[in-house]
Design a protein around this ligand. Structure first.
Ligand SMILES: Cc1cc2nc3c(=O)[nH]c(=O)nc-3n(C[C@H](O)[C@H](O)[C@H](O)COP(=O)(O)OP(=O)(O)OC[C@H]3O[C@@H](n4cnc5c(N)ncnc54)[C@H](O)[C@@H]3O)c2cc1C
Length: 394
């Protein structure tokens, strides 16, 4: 048997890097295993709420993140059909006072780079690219990882941060990702080419029957990130031929003129069919645990997938710190704390998606009436998500 590594993190996405950095700062030697030829992120924008920023602060990288961030003044919800404002969340002083942190939007690669540089600054973090994990086997004293390139590695602790189609997850669950029938077109447009008249100090979400569009600036407001999401009625479990550009334009056919104008760039973007997983009852074995999308892939409607991965990273770091050599206890305490929280957010994301995309007129009337009647500084419904590690009911 070769060298047994102290910790291997499988997957160098935002979750994996955050965990690797936190754990390496405890003094542990960490190896990050990544299938891709280089570390990086796909897609453009990412929203990070106060809970995600709290985790980044705890990891000690918040100042670097802020240098790359845009701080929207409000999150405005617009009716995708009438073009009228329905509701807003004010991100000013009262928001920050309540949750301890602001709300930022950032280019994914910029956040990923901050975390990668933080890991690279520590001599005892090593990086293995072109290493696609193929199988995981757990023994009493170590875990064995076999990769597609023939490499065989052993580690005392393995953290599976290998995303929604996680190989590591197979140790605790055989369940497949769940298709939602929704598709996201993610596209960016240089600010100089935007032809619509919008206040780019704000983040916009246009909501309508079976559709929504999110728009916000990133990279010092030089680029607008846009995500157009729609339900595909052509979904067929035996075919990949659904979620086409034709359907996109059809689904947004009745939407407000500003949206239609924005969508003229959509086809240059990246198409993502949207899946989540059912909440898991178990994340940890004796020496292996899951983190991020591998543990709790969720629909993006609460903008929480990466934020939850960051919460995981901090929690796991704390449990490993507090339990010394007792790995089993650390990984168990980690899952005990994190599963209920992540489950709540996974379920909440599904529900919020249904509310946003409501198709029947009565539900939309009720939703819009509630939205129109709340004030922009009423944060009560956000406490469960953004306040410090609370588990109140939604
Ligand atoms: C349209 C959309 C919008 C979103 N918006 C937001 C948002 O605003 N805010 C937010 O918080 N979240 C958002 N999310 C969710 C967020 O993108 C994810 O939850 C987050 O990126 C998950 O990070 P991760 O590190 O767990 O997984 P990933 O980013 O998927 O990283 C997994 C890594 O593991 C590697 N890997 C996979 N398999 C293997 C293997 N077998 N061997 C080795 N390496 C492997 C992959 O190459 C990858 O680098 C959004 C998601 C979508 C789809």
């Amino acid at each position: 048997m070769g060298e047994v590594k102290e910790v291997i993190v499988v997957g160098g996405g935002i979750g994996g890097l955050a965990a690797a950095y936190g754990i390496a700062k405890l003094g542990k030697k960490v190896t990050i295993l990544e299938q891709a030829p280089q570390f990086g992120e796909v897609g453009a924008g990412l929203q990070v709420g106060p809970n995600g920023l709290r985790a980044l602060d705890s990891l000690g990288v918040l100042d670097e993140v802020y240098k790359q961030a845009v701080f929207p003044r409000r999150h405005v919800f617009m009716d995708a059909l009438s073009g009228k404002e329905l509701s807003a969340v004010q991100f000013g002083d009262s928001f920050q006072e309540r949750f301890g942190y602001p709300y930022i939007v950032i280019h994914r690669s910029d956040l990923h780079s901050v975390l990668l540089k933080a890991c690279q600054s520590l001599d005892h973090v090593s990086f293995l690219t072109n290493h696609k994990l193929e199988s995981v086997k757990e023994f009493a004293d170590y875990v064995e990882l076999r990769c597609e390139n023939g490499a065989v590695l052993q580690a005392e602790i393995v953290i599976g941060a290998d995303g929604i189609r996680s190989m590591t997850r197979k140790l605790v669950s055989q369940a497949d990702p769940v298709v939602s029938q929704y598709v996201a077109y993610r596209f960016t447009v240089p600010m100089s080419e935007m032809t619509i008249d919008i206040d780019w100090d704000e983040k916009l979400t246009w909501i309508g029957p079976g559709i929504h569009l999110v728009q916000y600036p990133v990279r010092h407001k030089s680029v607008i990130n846009q995500v157009a999401v729609f339900k595909s009625y052509k979904y067929n479990e035996n075919s990949d031929d659904w979620g086409t550009a034709e359907e996109l334009h059809q689904m947004f056919g009745e939407s407000y003129s500003t949206i239609k104008e924005s969508l003229k760039f959509a086809e240059n973007g990246m198409i993502t069919k949207l899946f989540d997983i059912e909440p898991l009852e178990k994340w940890s074995t004796n020496r292996v645990t899951l983190l991020g999308d591998s543990a709790h892939a969720m629909l993006q409607y609460l903008a929480q997938g990466a934020c939850q991965a960051l919460e995981d990273a901090v929690c796991l770091t704390e449990k490993l710190r507090d339990n010394g050599s007792n790995i089993v206890k650390a990984l168990d305490e980690y899952q005990q704390e994190r599963i209920p929280r992540a489950t709540q957010v996974q379920r909440g994301a599904r529900t919020w998606g249904e509310i946003k995309h409501a198709e029947d007129s009565v539900t939309r009337l009720l939703r819009n009436t509630i939205m129109l009647n709340r004030s922009a500084d009423d944060y009560t419904y956000l406490d469960w998500l953004y306040k410090e590690r609370t588990l109140t009911t939604v």
